[in-house]
Write a protein that binds this ligand. Structure first.
Ligand code: NAG
Length: 483
């Protein structure tokens, strides 16, 4: 009976070996992340955009299709290993249906509309004299009240250079000084103009605006300085209304539910393009990491993935999620990693130690930056949860296609994306197994104050959205079908 006995022992051994082999380690997750698979995800996201009017934006069918794409994996294919839920929330959807600037010679000018741009009277728009305003590249043009003193923009279209401060600040000051609208000219030459947002919270508070190329704006400025009287027309037709959208939260069934390591990326794009770097790159990294993680066991902590909605409208999905967390639930989140734009063509990394070690070992330059308010980490930082973010740069020279239609498959540096996704996977594996070196959550009164502020923002947005949807029921009968 030796032979069967040996076989049984061998079987037992190999079973043990399988169990041990299946432990989640940084090396295994790293090897599992493959460029071809990341490419496959981004190809799918690009196709979703192409099939749905060119974008995957909040409130648009391309976002819903992106959501379904993630759910097909998280919920359908990985249901044995992952618990997934869809978190609905509402926000003010806005779309410029038409924007037109007609110059002094009756010529149509290339123009870009900011998000949440208010409509002009229709159908004629605003025809008025152009009023030049001083350029101040240091402090930003039209960013401070003193820069508007002695400038007569009353009843006119103010010509203002873009840059340095939020467009909404320039529009607020222009309105205070009696301008009917603002023609902003871009800081960089050419027609590659990134779309800014005026913010849903400013609905009803600003004058209409348009952004034209630097060359055109400077041309008009020169003529105004020479004493010419120039008249232009600005026409904006826009719709805004409340729309429902969704976050996806998917977590491993394994791991201590009281110790959660969380990774987030935003799933929505801007309306202007497919959002393949911003943030298809982070979305793809999370999806591939999830596909790797689900094969392993033995990790101590629960791993939670989040794909955020409406980030481009003001970090809305992640702020909604963090605003809904109880103190107890917030305590359980031991670390949050944010991955937004990690495949820029000219990468410049930001990230702390765990991410950095690996990136440096691969010969990648790493720089450190503050958090700012640029992405979905904000709500977590405000809760005092230890947080890290990796970001390879937005805007020229890092990503010249930032917030534009050309943010497509050609806008990805595949090696940067792969290395960053592997760094993310390794950092996760480390924390999923051990919280050594991770600081505790910081619960300060400051955090609680900002948290109350976030909750108040939601109440404000809801009120504004309510107002906006009523306003548009009157002024845009039959228009909503065109969206
Ligand atoms: C979104 O708004 C709709 C209509 O007002 C409402 O029925 C729904 O409950 C809201 N959803 C959330 C998550 O607040």
């Amino acid at each position: 009976m030796k032979v069967p006995g040996t076989a049984a022992a061998a079987l037992l051994l190999s079973a043990t070996a399988i169990a041990t082999n299946n432990l989640l380690t940084a090396d295994k997750l790293e090897v599992d992340i493959k460029t071809e698979e990341l490419q496959n995800v981004l190809w799918n996201l690009n196709k979703i955009a192409t099939d749905n009017g060119g974008n995957r934006a909040f409130g648009e069918p391309g976002y819903k299709a992106s959501l379904d794409f993630i759910l097909e994996r998280a919920q359908t294919r990985f249901h044995r290993e992952m618990d997934t839920f869809v978190q609905p929330f509402n926000h003010t959807y806005d779309k410029t249906l038409e924007i037109k600037v007609t110059g002094p010679e009756g010529e149509d000018v290339f123009v870009v509309s900011p998000m949440y741009n208010p409509a002009t009277p229709l159908p004629g728009g605003i025809t008025a004299r152009l009023a030049d305003t001083p350029v101040d590249d240091q402090r930003g043009s039209g960013c401070f009240p003193d820069q508007w003193q002695g400038v007569d923009v009353t009843g006119k279209l103010a010509l203002v250079k873009r840059g340095a401060c939020a467009v909404a600040i320039k529009l607020t000051l222009a309105k205070e000084h009696g301008a009917l609208g603002v023609i902003l000219y871009n800081e960089e030459p050419g027609t590659a103009i990134a779309v800014p947002t005026l913010g849903a919270e400013n609905i009803g508070l600003l004058v209409p605006a348009a952004i034209i190329p630097l060359e055109v704006g400077e041309g008009w400025k020169t003529r105004l300085a020479a004493g010419e009287d120039l008249t232009a027309t600005l026409l904006v037709d826009a719709v805004s209304e409340t729309r429902e959208t969704w976050n996806i939260i998917s977590e491993t069934k394994q791991g201590d539910p009281n110790k959660v390591i969380m990774l987030g990326a935003h799933l929505d794009s801007v309306q202007q393009g497919p959002g393949i770097n911003d943030d298809g790159s982070g979305t793809a990294a999370l999806l591939e990491i999830m596909g790797s993680v689900k094969q392993y066991d033995g990790f101590s902590h629960k791993i939670r993935f989040a794909w955020w909605g409406a980030e481009e409208s003001g970090l809305v999905g992640s702020l909604y999620y963090t605003s809904q967390l109880s103190e107890n639930e917030a305590d359980k989140i031991k670390y949050y990693f944010n991955y937004d734009m990690i495949g820029s063509p000219e990468p410049d990394g930001i990230g702390p130690q765990l991410l950095e070690e690996y990136l440096v070992s691969k010969g990648k330059p790493v720089t450190h930056g503050g958090f700012g308010t640029g992405s979905d980490f904000v709500g977590f930082v405000e809760l005092g949860i230890p947080t890290a973010a990796l970001h390879t740069g937005a805007g020229a020279p890092f990503d010249a296609c930032y917030h534009q239609a050309c943010d497509d498959l050609d806008n990805i540096h595949w090696e940067a994306l792969t290395v960053n996704a592997r760094a993310a996977a390794r950092a996760l594996a480390n924390l999923a197994n051990s919280l050594e070196g991770v600081p505790a959550r910081q619960k300060t009164s400051l955090n609680r104050r900002t948290r109350r502020g976030v909750i108040q923002s939601f109440q404000k947005w809801a009120a504004v959205a309510e107002e906006a949807s009523h306003g548009h029921t009157c002024s845009h009968k039959g228009k909503k079908q065109r969206v």
